[in-house]
Ligand binder design. Structure first.
Ligand code: NAP
Ligand code: COA
Length: 275
């Protein structure tokens, strides 16, 4: 079993891998022996992450790219291919979020999240495809509960992540015939992350969120990383097109509570139209 989770001599690329959940995923692959490349917009975050991956004993590199810019992605991925060869695993998890009602958002605000989460995933998929044509290669897209649970103040994220999940399932069909598996993970509320900070900051919201998880704990980046290891290893070799929640059961009940809390938060000081 342990050998199946050995990623020595495998190349893993984590887009948006320089903080939070995705960085946790990158570090776990590094500890499992993989060569790891990360990318995001901030050079400082890329440099810090590469240093940390190297301190895990891994060969590591990184590049700066905004997933909204296909040319920057292509240029960075060429350098990874030159240094590390074809890709065994791609994790695509760059995302943006802020709580806002539809009426509190400009078209550009709505579009920015669609551009990063959904079109960004499309851009990443197109850019990595030429480097994935290798037996056993696979992709994990990072989705969110918003893809299937409608939440107030999250219409932009709900729309974008629903698209990410459907894109994942369509690519499982298109690329499955070539032996490349495409799956998605749906993290629940993951402690200490930017996502939690933006949506459930403060002790009261954090505790309410924890209490709405059937397992009564918040998740960790390692919880999500463990599921990534499974999906991308031999253990997951017949799993394709799966949308895997890693959330302590939050999607079954509880995730909707976050939408209700956010609704109260963003409406503060405004009169509801219907009482
Ligand atoms: P995070 O720390 O903000 O991570 C986002 C990562 O993406 C960072 O490395 C960021 O680095 C990069 N990024 C953002 N915009 C980008 C862009 N336009 N182009 C390239 N890279 C970009 O967030 P997180 O909370 O850990 O969330 C990570 C993923 O998990 C997201 O897909 C999120 O939707 C999902 N998720 C999170 C939670 C949660 O509880 N946190 C729950 C469900 C799902 P730069 O700033 O350097 O670009
Ligand atoms: N409420 C309403 N609108 C908001 C907003 C908020 N809280 N925050 C940003 N916006 C709007 C901006 O005003 C702008 O619209 P405008 O041009 O009409 O004024 C639009 O969103 C884009 O903002 P900008 O800051 O220019 O975009 P960006 O591309 O630099 O950043 C974000 C994208 C807004 C998603 C930014 O929060 C981000 O980079 N997030 C990445 C990290 C993250 O969200 N992590 C959590 C992942 S779950």
């Amino acid at each position: 079993m342990n050998n199946l989770l050995d990623f020595s001599d495998k190349t893993v690329v984590v887009i948006g891998g320089t903080s939070g959940i995705n960085r946790g995923i990158a570090e776990l692959f590094a500890r499992k022996g993989a060569r790891v490349a990360v990318a995001s917009r901030s050079q400082k975050k890329v440099d810090d992450t590469v240093e940390s991956l190297r301190s895990c004993g891994a060969e590591a590199m990184g590049f700066c790219a905004d997933v909204r810019e296909p040319a920057a992605l292509a240029a960075g991925l060429v350098t990874v291919h030159t240094a590390f060869g074809l890709f065994d695993v791609v994790v695509s998890g760059a995302a943006g979020n802020f709580p806002a009602l539809l009426t509190q958002m400009s078209a550009n605000a709505f579009r920015s999240v669609i551009d990063i989460d959904l079109i960004g995933t499309f851009n990443v998929m197109q850019a990595v495809y030429p480097y994935l044509l290798k037996p056993g290669a696979s992709v994990v897209n990072i989705s969110a509960p918003q893809a299937t649970i409608p939440m107030a103040a999250q219409s932009h994220v709900c729309a974008a992540k629903a698209g990410v999940e459907m894109l994942t399932r369509c690519l499982a069909l298109e690329w499955g015939t070539e032996g490349v598996r495409v799956n998605a993970i749906v993290p629940g509320p993951i402690d200490g992350t930017e996502g939690m900070q933006r949506l459930a900051s403060g002790d009261a919201m954090r505790e309410a969120t924890r209490d709405s998880v059937p397992l009564r704990r918040l998740g960790t980046p390692q919880d999500v990383g463990n599921a990534c290891l499974f999906l991308t290893s031999e253990l997951g070799s017949y799993v394709n097109g799966a949308i895997l929640p890693v959330d302590g059961g939050w999607l079954q009940s509880g995730a909707g509570d976050l939408g209700r809390m956010l609704s109260k938060l963003v409406r503060r000081g405004t009169e509801p139209v219907l009482k």
